[in-house]
Design a protein around this ligand. Structure first.
Ligand SMILES: *Cc1c(COP(=O)(O)O)cnc(C)c1O
Length: 355
């Protein structure tokens, strides 16, 4: 029996999308490969509300996080964190010898525009990383207000992690002035894991030109220059299987309509929050609760492991809390192609187990 996934990645993939992963291979140096990559880029630009070039990486989202901070930090990076994925940026910087400082919010609280302003006003930083949607805690940061602050610092490259929110909520990359907007396939996009995607601005490209050691496989400048020179091809052999599936899934997403898709996610989030407040409590402040997953405070002191085991017998899976929050919270994802009806069924099952 397939266990229906309500975990924040990987998500369930529609059968027809999965089938596209089995498309017969084409040469990666063919016109057909160029057309495939160009088609993906054009559709991703719509999803991201950007006119900027789109880069693909055969890696998971972490790959392009590494590529971004290493390729585009000239002086020093300011890393803002509201959980495990925010901290990951800092670990990546340290592992690559990229100078970086970590700015953490209190547990459950967002990154604030004031924190960003205070850091950037020092003049020490030329790259800033923000987690749009922190999957470990279910916090969606106030990216509009943060973007307004970053706009005041034209030399600063703005890298935004939208791994678990892109295609689930509206993120207007160009209007927000995001220089590097990073996502990957296995979350709100609704595909198997294995491909990462980012948009890249002229400012980020210029920054990369000034960085001498950008690595090799994840060098964003190489990826960018290659698609320019070789008509939307990839420097090494990409996961063509993912590209076939992504190209098809983007058609499905655009067919649903972006606004409809964002509304569907919002309705699922609102429903889950209401349920969570009736039965438990929300973990983040409600104003910063994510639209793609809900983190619930385990106020009943349940064994989350046991709850998940019982759900598993009924064919469902949710996530325990992340790291030290493992038993203190649990997480219900409502993203990608999940419907409100499916979500209601899951919550009824939980009600039945805990009653
Ligand atoms: C899942 C996730 C990542 C890591 O992405 P991978 O594709 O697993 O490498 C980074 N940031 C956020 C917010 C995530 O949800």
């Amino acid at each position: 029996m397939h266990t229906k996934l309500f975990i924040p990645g990987p998500v369930d993939v529609a059968p027809d999308v999965l089938e596209k992963m089995g498309t017969p291979m084409i040469g990666h140096r063919t016109k057909a490969a160029s057309n495939l990559q160009r088609s993906i880029s054009e559709k991703m630009q719509k999803v991201m509300f950007t006119n900027r070039p789109i880069l693909l990486s055969t890696s998971s989202g972490t790959g392009l996080m590494e590529g971004s901070i290493r390729s585009c930090t000239r002086k020093r990076a300011a890393v803002f964190s509201v959980g495990a994925f925010g901290k990951r940026w800092h670990e990546i910087a340290e592992a690559n010898g990229v100078p970086a400082d970590l700015f953490e919010s209190e547990t459950g609280a967002p990154t604030t525009p004031e924190m960003v302003e205070d850091a950037l006003a020092t003049g020490k930083y030329d790259l800033v990383t923000i987690t749009h949607n922190e999957t470990s805690t279910g916090i969606m940061n106030p990216v509009e207000a943060i973007a307004e602050v970053i706009k005041k610092y034209p030399d600063v490259v703005f890298a935004l992690d939208t791994v678990s929110s892109m295609a689930g909520t509206k993120i207007e990359v160009d209007r927000l002035g995001v220089d590097l907007c990073i996502t990957s396939t296995q979350k709100a996009l609704g595909l198997p894991p294995g491909l990462a995607i980012c948009s890249i601005s002229e400012k980020a490209i210029e920054a990369a030109r000034q960085v001498p050691n950008r690595g090799y496989y994840l060098d964003l400048l190489t990826l960018y220059e290659y698609i320019q020179k070789k008509d939307h091809q990839y420097p090494s052999t990409p996961s063509l299987s993912h590209m076939f599936a992504l190209n098809y899934q983007l058609d499905r997403i655009l067919e649903e309509g972006l606004e409809n898709r964002f509304q569907r996610h919002l309705k699922m989030a609102q429903y889950t929050r209401r349920w969570a407040k009736e039965q438990f409590e929300l973990f983040p402040k409600e104003a910063y609760a994510s639209n793609t997953l809900t983190t619930v405070k385990n106020t009943k002191g349940l064994s989350v492991a046991d709850l998940n085991k019982k759900l598993g017998k009924r064919g469902y899976s949710i996530s325990n809390g992340y790291g030290s929050l493992k038993e203190k919270t649990f997480r219900i994802a409502h993203m990608a192609d999940t419907t409100l009806e499916e979500l209601k069924t899951l919550l009824k099952e939980i009600d039945d187990i805990i009653k």
